[in-house]
Design a protein around this ligand. Structure first.
Ligand code: ADP
Ligand code: ZN
Length: 821
């Protein structure tokens, strides 16, 4: 019997192993196995039985690690689909689908066996070969990591020599279990029945007397347990002032018993349940929900695009749909872009469904992840609320997947592999498991909206805010003609409105989508601009830590006093980041209580929550931040939103710049006027006539879409084509250039016969030509039908010439990229 195994290495293929007779019953698809891989032992995932005839000598599976499969048949299929669609190595793909540690490429250690020790003892002083060198190095009882051993004995034959030593039984490869996640245990200690209080007092006394002389620490433990009954292990050790070995001795003599119970680490404990209020759905909500419910009842795998303006009550529809799922004994999966920014959403689900909710986000500890994952697999929480990777949550019997703010680019994983979009993965998973999908947004992605227009998704509209609250009034301020406070980014108009809002004890949100103090540091005498030595990008001045910082690789430099180029001392900082705006606001509005929310202010765990809590409680009345402040916040006292410069996203050299700007402006506008007070928005820009800016005034998605889409059609961009970005990177620029050209030529050869509609841009140097010390070139492919193109690329990657190329140049492929520069 043979099986095909996905091994967590960058290889594009599966590996075939023999199954020893004693494991035949145990091994099945979806279980993890330990397999030899070169000189290492790795944990792999069994995908399927194999019947292919191979010439090579196959190795045996060493061990099966699971009683039950870690992935269900449909999740296995999903993984294979992802691996294929995103051209991502299967091992890396499945590794991403499991909590960290379950499929780790764990570090093995090597040690001598007893026989190895005997052999090495008798070796002559002088080493004859590599094998002897390794044995001697390990003698007598060292355990060395394979990687360190390899570093020390860096010979081409290393792998085969080590394998030979193992097959001769001289060394042992020890899989390191430490990286395998375990359940957290809660240990308590007690006396065995025959020694417990009331019974066997005499025996106990006699025993303690013996121990007091010979082993006082053990005696202390026994006495403590006799007095107090059951104790936590840690507590007992502390009280008896001793260590674990004492207890181990007692256990071996059967004088104490240790009991382990599992503690479940519950990340939800830190979320406050949002107070429940009885809500009567309005007629739009009712008819949308009715459609969803009917599909849920019929168990149809149908996709809905819930297109509802900000504050139209989309979340309430999700909640009611989940309720029906629970009644039907099905589980639900709710994806949101970023949990730390929207604790309210989690809170609302928790209020409704209590213990039945599990959360999943990037700041969970690995233990919390493992527990949540395992409980989800057992169907214990049957509602999981989480970020992108929650789409892999092993919920059995899935009925509903919700992707809230489906347009959000955080659903796309940029790296590492697989570079998947959780929205697409969700649709495939829902198809495999016959679940209903709801894509919700006030600003749908063009791709989804086009699919709705084409009838692939059912469109559900919510065109009004709940309780007929008005959408905020948006005012565009032309920065060219409008007066500004001298030397600042703050226009007079916005200034006056902030003043008014603060003086009437309301709250204000200000958006400025650039962090740091100032994006360029420049010498006034010679014009020298400080740039990152690793990336081709100017360094941002951070006044808080008096440093220049690279926003791409985190390179840091103390803020200079003199110019590196001419020795001049007049260094000035051009442009505005949030830190600079913060200073200006504090200067102009001494009465304001400002909190800043951006990447720098939220590095600490829990920082998001505490900033938002300051604002929610009213201790702060002004929230300033990057796009973080545009997402999902629901604060009823906010009456004003100010966008200091819409141009930051508009001027981005990307074909989606307009779409992104419209989304950002609409979303951030949606943060005000959510309570009973009407809201107002001020948008400052140098491009008051830009279509995205104009459309955001009326939040008129349809008219913006129909304008913008005309350009997309003409230029053959999504939603009329699929994009594939092939990126080449490496330290040697000429080698890289050449590599990109070879790839380009080969691609053209492959395509010459196909009738597909394809356009290829490049190879060109990327917009950021050097990043983290590596040069970057790229090819952008636009294609009508994606699957045949993936086929072509797959073949290409397999071809000898491209394999050779990849030994010198990194080639990475991003299917349906969100960013193309
Ligand atoms: P969205 O997700 O569309 O931005 P939410 O679902 O967050 O909107 O709803 C905004 C607010 O309105 C929430 O506080 C919610 O409890 C409330 N709400 C939702 N539906 C109704 C309704 N039919 N009547 C009154 N309030 C509602
Ligand atoms: Zn850098």
């Amino acid at each position: 019997m043979r099986v095909r195994v996905a091994v967590p290495v960058p290889a594009r293929q599966l590996f075939t192993y023999l199954v020893p007779a004693q494991l035949r019953e145990e091994i099945e698809p979806g279980k993890r196995v330990e397999v030899p891989f070169g000189p290492r032992i790795l944990t792999g995932l069994v995908l399927e039985p194999s019947s292919e005839k191979v010439e090579r000598r196959l190795k045996y599976v060493r061990r099966c690690l699971d009683y039950e499969p870690v992935l269900s048949p449909s999740l296995l299929k999903l993984g294979q689909w992802i691996s294929r669609y995103y051209l991502s190595p299967p091992g890396e793909t499945f590794k991403a689908m499991l909590p960290s540690g379950l499929l780790a490429a764990s570090e093995n250690k090597v040690a001598l066996t007893a026989q190895g020790i005997l052999v090495t003892k008798d070796l002559e002083e002088k080493e004859k070969d590599l094998g002897e060198g390794i044995l001697r190095f390990l003698y007598p009882s060292r355990q060395v990591r394979v990687s360190s051993l390899k570093k020390r004995f860096d010979f081409p034959a290393f792998n085969s020599v080590l394998a030979e030593l193992e097959s001769k039984g001289l060394v042992n490869l020890l899989p390191s279990v430490s990286t395998l996640m375990g359940a957290k245990l809660h240990r308590t200690v007690c006396l065995p029945g025959f020694l417990q209080l009331g019974r066997g007092d005499l025996t106990f006394k006699a025993l303690v007397e013996v121990f007091e002389e010979r082993a006082p620490a053990q005696a202390r433990c026994l006495k403590l347990l006799h007095q107090r009954g059951r104790l936590k292990l840690g507590e007992l050790l502390k009280l008896a002032a001793t260590d674990r070995e004492t207890i181990n001795r007692l256990v071996r003599q059967r004088l104490v018993e240790i009991e382990s119970t599992e503690v479940i680490r519950d990340p939800l404990e830190s979320y406050e349940a949002y107070p429940l209020k009885a809500i009567e759905l309005n007629s739009e909500q009712k008819s949308a929900l009715a459609e969803v419910k009917s599909s849920l009842r019929q168990g149809q795998s149908r996709t809905f695009l819930l297109f509802g303006v900000t504050g139209s009550g989309k979340t309430q529809i999700y909640i009611d749909a989940v309720k029906l799922c629970l009644k039907l004994r099905k589980s639900s999966l709710i994806l949101i872009p970023e949990i730390s920014l929207t604790p309210q959403t989690v809170g609302r689900f928790k209020a409704e469904f209590g213990e039945r909710v599990g959360v999943w986000h990037s700041r969970l500890s690995s233990g919390e992840r493992y527990d949540t994952w395992r409980r989800a697999r057992d169907g214990e929480p049957d509602v999981v609320v989480g970020v992108r990777s929650a789409i892999f949550s092993p919920l059995p019997n899935l009925g509903l997947v919700v992707i809230d703010e489906e347009h959000d680019s955080s659903y796309k994983q940029e790296s590492p592999n697989p570079k998947y979009n959780a929205r697409e993965v969700a649709l495939m998973r829902a198809k495999l498991e016959k679940a209903v999908t709801i894509l919700g947004s006030a600003t749908p992605s063009f791709e989804s909206y086009q699919n709705a227009l084409a009838g692939k998704y059912a469109l559900l509209r919510l065109s009004f805010r709940v309780e007929a609250r008005p959408l905020p009034k948006v005012k565009i301020v032309d920065m060219v003609t409008s007066p500004r406070e001298p030397g600042t980014l703050l226009g007079r108009e916005l200034f006056a409105k902030i003043k008014k809002a603060l003086s009437s004890s309301r709250q204000v949100i200000l958006l400025h989508n650039r962090r740091g103090f100032s994006p360029t540091a420049k010498c006034q005498d010679c014009g020298f601009v400080w740039r990152c030595p690793n990336c081709d990008i100017s360094l941002t001045y951070h006044r808080q830590d008096l440093k220049l910082l690279c926003h791409y690789c985190d390179f840091r430099l103390p803020a200079p006093q003199v110019c590196d180029n001419c020795g001049g001392t007049k260094i000035f900082y051009r442009g505005y980041g949030t830190q600079r705006i913060e200073g200006e606001i504090k200067r102009f509005f001494p009465e304001s209580k400002l909190v800043r929310m951006d990447f720098d202010a939220t590095r600490r765990k829990g920082a998001h929550q505490s900033i938002l809590e300051e604002f929610r409680s009213g201790r702060a009345n002004l929230l300033l931040g990057t796009q973080m402040v545009s997402k999902g916040l629901d604060f009823p006292e906010v009456v004003l939103v100010g966008v200091l410069s819409a141009d930051l996203s508009l001027d981005f050299p990307d074909f989606r710049a307009g779409e992104r700007t419209f989304q950002l402006l609409t979303q951030v506008s949606g943060r005000c006027g959510r309570g009973h007070l009407p809201g107002e928005v001020v948008v400052q820009t140098y491009h008051p006539d830009n279509a995205a800016v104009v459309a955001s005034v009326s939040q008129d998605f349809e008219s913006f879409f129909s304008q913008e889409v005309a350009t997309r059609r003409k230029l053959f961009y999504p939603p009329f084509s699929h994009l594939i970005l092939v990126r080449f990177s490496g330290k040697q620029e000429n080698e890289l250039k050449e590599g990109a050209e070879v790839f380009h030529r080969r691609l053209n050869q492959e395509l010459s016969e196909s009738a597909e509609r394809v356009r290829i841009l490049g190879p060109v140097s990327s917009l950021i030509p050097r990043l983290r010390g590596e040069y970057r070139h790229q090819i952008l492919i636009k294609v009508k039908r994606i699957l045949p193109m993936i086929e072509v690329l797959d073949q290409l990657l397999e071809s000898e010439s491209i394999r050779k190329l990849r030994r010198r140049v990194k080639v990475s492929i991003d299917v349906d990229p969100q960013e193309v520069f």
